[in-house]
Design a protein around this ligand. Structure first.
Ligand code: NAD
Ligand code: IPM
Ligand code: MN
Length: 363
């Protein structure tokens, strides 16, 4: 297997966590005799500082020429006062648009090894396994018109969807549900917003193509509560762009830390892989970042872009084993009720690598 992976590490903890993900992927490739080529390019704040643009042309070119893109995170406090179109985050939004992936898969799962680390009760989170399918190229993030009119003291954004945009992402959600527990929960605000009424009507149309899948609709405000109260009720959760952004960070609580969640964006020219978390400026450069979300994102590259399912499972199993042995990064070691061994970012990466090796050599 030959794979060209572009690594855009970005800002804050982005380089720290992607280093560990790449090291795990290199180990996996070496053990299986696969050729993975890694190329690094700038994005976000580091790219603004160095190239004057959050998405330099050479980064975009390299992304379009690769088999998969692994992104760390973008965003840095020094750029917080810039208007949206000049910020590091716009580099990521431009990259998403250029790559064309419209379905952002964000699995949020309760690992039994981490039940004690979630602020929710173990009996609430145990067994929870939600797959968010977040629409990634539409809605408020991209709708026109958008403006902050400083003269009149008004600002506006537009939440806009076409029927086709909803159909294509809904189909992905239903197809994924066929391989899981056969339930799709679609999230909207159809009691207030026309765009949500279109969303709901379109999801119902698509549901007809999938008679084996149960479909239900929830308003986003109620859904924010339901996923904390009864996370096990949900299988595939289909959302528009902003609702999915918010609910997936909330669902990190089920897992125990935002640093655990991986994501994959599919449906476009090149798949884009990013952990769900951001650049975490509060802990950047200190070796405190949890690399497991990025490492699990690496596993998704193997699953969705390389067809290496056994290797993807080996990485996921290694993560569980390391947690089972009591190793934690500080974000996960929130309770004193058990004795954990607290590791730095690189130490955690090394543990996962060793365990992947043991698993793949004995397989
Ligand atoms: P954040 O996700 O960076 O951090 C939220 C909290 O979670 C912080 O306390 C942070 O320390 C903690 N955290 C996040 N990832 C962690 C990890 N791997 N290990 C341990 N702790 C972790 O969100 P924020 O603070 O709201 O945003 C910071 C910057 O990141 C902003 O500029 C934002 O726009 C950007 N951002 C980027 C992405 C992305 O590039 N994909 C995603 C989200 C936020
Ligand atoms: C995410 C982030 C991004 C988003 C930002 C940084 C543009 O929060 O990937 O969850 O809102 O999509
Ligand atoms: Mn987010």
């Amino acid at each position: 297997m030959h794979l060209k992976i572009l690594v855009t590490a970005g800002d804050g903890i982005g380089p720290e966590v992607t280093n560990e993900a790449v090291a795990v992927l290199r180990e996996t490739a070496a053990l299986g005799g696969h050729e993975f080529h890694f190329l690094e390019r700038r994005i976000g704040g580091v790219a603004i500082a160095h190239d004057g643009s959050p998405l330099p042309a050479e980064t975009l070119e390299a992304a379009l020429a690769s088999d998969a893109v692994l992104l760390g995170a973008v965003g840095s406090p020094e750029f917080n006062s810039l208007p949206p179109e000049k910020r590091p985050e716009v580099g990521l939004l431009q990259l998403r648009t250029a790559l064309g992936g419209f379905a952002n898969l964000r699995p949020a799962f309760a690992l039994k090894e981490l039940a004690v680390n979630s602020p929710l009760k173990p009996e609430v989170v145990e067994g929870a396994d939600i797959l968010f399918v977040r629409e990634l190229l539409g809605g408020l993030y991209f709708g026109q018109p958008r403006e902050w009119n400083k003269a009149t003291g008004e600002a506006w954004n537009t939440m806009r969807y076409t029927r086709e945009e909803v159909v294509r992402v809904a189909r992905i959600a239903f197809q994924l549900a066929e391989k899981r527990r056969k339930k799709v929960t679609s999230v909207d605000k159809a009691n207030v917003l026309e765009v949500s009424q279109l969303w709901r009507a379109t999801v119902n149309e698509v549901a007809v193509e999938f008679p084996g899948i149960a479909v239900e609709h929830q308003y986003v405000d109620a859904m924010a509560m339901h996923i904390m109260n009864q996370p096990r009720n949900y299988d595939v959760v289909l959302t528009e762009n902003l609702f999915g952004d918010i609910l997936s960070d909330e669902a990190a609580v089920i897992t125990g830390s935002l640093g655990m969640l991986p994501s994959a964006t599919i449906g476009g020219k090149v798949n884009l892989y990013e952990p769900v978390h951001g650049s975490a400026p509060d802990i950047a450069g200190k070796g405190l970042a949890n690399p497991l979300g990025a490492i699990l994102t690496g596993a998704l590259i193997l699953r969705h872009s390389a067809g290496l399912e056994a290797e993807a499972v080996a990485i996921e199993t290694a993560v569980r084993k390391v947690l089972e042995q009591g190793f934690r990064t500080p974000d996960l070691a929130r309770t004193n009720s058990q004795s954990f061994t607290v590791l730095s970012t690189t130490e955690m990466g090394a543990r996962v690598r060793e365990t992947v090796k043991t698993l793949l050599v004995s397989a």
